[in-house]
Design a protein around this ligand. Structure first.
Ligand SMILES: [Zn+2]
Length: 352
């Protein structure tokens, strides 16, 4: 399994950052030159990189990296069957360990990570300071190995290096119970074990802010943290398999006081975020993670299996059989049933 960690280069002085910027701009120009000469070709061979000469002050190695990146861009454009020549307008350099090395300085409490850039050209060698954050701390621990490939990115937010760490995933657990979750709007996660995690206060907070404002962005960041925190609270210690509904059902779940289109947008964003966060957690802990197709999970009674739309009234599910429970809990029990106990069965709708 592979995890990414991003190092912010904002601590480097302006002169160094200027050199990084100049290099990225020249790199972008070279990638576009390679795209120009590649675009005419129908077939691509490995010889291209060696045989195409491009005038640039970039080192031969870095030009080679640019050619590889151009080749990937052109191939992807051809695959999409697009007729227009692609243009590379990002400041992104796909690099490897010949250009980028990272060292940790345990004695320096201010800058404990140093990124070294070399073999760029024009005799540029840069040592850029940064700070280690909790995420990278976790990844530099036992068994995680820094992969050779890195990505240098310059965006309107600054200059960053993405580092990739690799580790062999643990074996899938054979002990434990299956568990399912329902991802909702009023409550973020409701598990089949009756865990209720996260609420929708953050959406109302976001809705109250002007879109694009600083306060709005702060609220979005708060939402991201809430998603992560809620996922981390889910007790997976005795779980061998985790089931969640596939994404398609999301639009039915966003009922609330906020303007509908806006709250739909928020819910649509949160749903895949929760799924991908939990997928990563499961991979790290050896838990089988499976998405099940949505099938009347909010309408079906988890007790007597009757399917009745009107049984769901807001947050309560109430069935003629006497089953009364939280509607999201009822849904998560149905997801558990679908995922763990009868994955082959598909419900036929019996209207009551
Ligand atoms: Zn029932």
């Amino acid at each position: 399994m592979i995890r990414k960690s991003t190092v912010n280069l904002k601590y480097a002085n302006a002169g160094k950052l200027q050199k990084v910027h100049t290099t990225a701009i020249e790199y972008q120009r070279v990638v576009n030159l390679f795209i120009d000469s590649l675009w005419k070709q129908k077939q691509f061979s490995g010889k291209f990189v060696k045989n195409t000469a491009v005038e640039s002050w970039l080192s031969a190695r870095l030009r080679q990296a640019a050619a590889k990146q151009a080749l990937a861009i052109v191939k992807s454009q051809r695959k999409k069957k697009r007729k227009t020549k692609p243009k590379f307008n990002k400041l992104v350099m796909e690099l490897d360990s010949r250009f980028v090395t990272v060292t940790q300085d345990l004695d320096d409490s201010t800058f404990d990570v140093w990124v070294h850039l070399a073999s760029i050209g024009n005799r540029i060698i840069l040592n850029l300071p940064s700070r280690k954050h909790t995420h990278i701390n976790k990844l530099t621990g036992d068994e995680w190995l820094l992969k050779g490939s890195t990505r240098l990115r310059i965006t309107d937010k600054g200059c960053f290096i993405d580092l990739f760490f690799q580790k062999k995933p643990p074996a899938i657990r054979t002990q434990g119970k299956p568990k399912a979750i329902d991802i909702g709007y009023k409550k973020l996660i409701v598990s089949s074990d009756g865990e209720f995690l996260g609420d929708n206060k953050i959406y109302e907070k976001i809705a109250g802010k002007k879109q694009g404002s600083k306060a709005f962005k702060r609220a979005l960041a708060e939402r991201d943290n809430l998603v992560n925190a809620s996922c981390n609270l889910l007790d997976l210690s005795d779980t061998k398999a985790l089931y969640a509904e596939d994404l398609k059902n999301v639009k039915h779940k966003s009922k609330g006081k906020i303007r509908k289109s806006f709250n739909n947008k928020l819910a649509r964003w949160v749903y895949p975020k929760v799924l991908s966060k939990l997928a990563l957690t499961c991979e790290e802990q050896g838990i089988l993670f499976k998405k099940v197709p949505p099938q009347y999970t909010s309408q079906r009674c988890s007790s007597c299996e009757a399917i009745c739309k009107s049984n769901r009234r807001g947050e309560i599910y109430k069935c003629a059989c006497g089953n009364i429970m939280d509607a999201d809990l009822n849904a998560s029990l149905n997801i558990l049933h679908l995922g763990a106990y009868s994955p082959q069965v598909s419900y036929s709708k019996q209207v009551i």
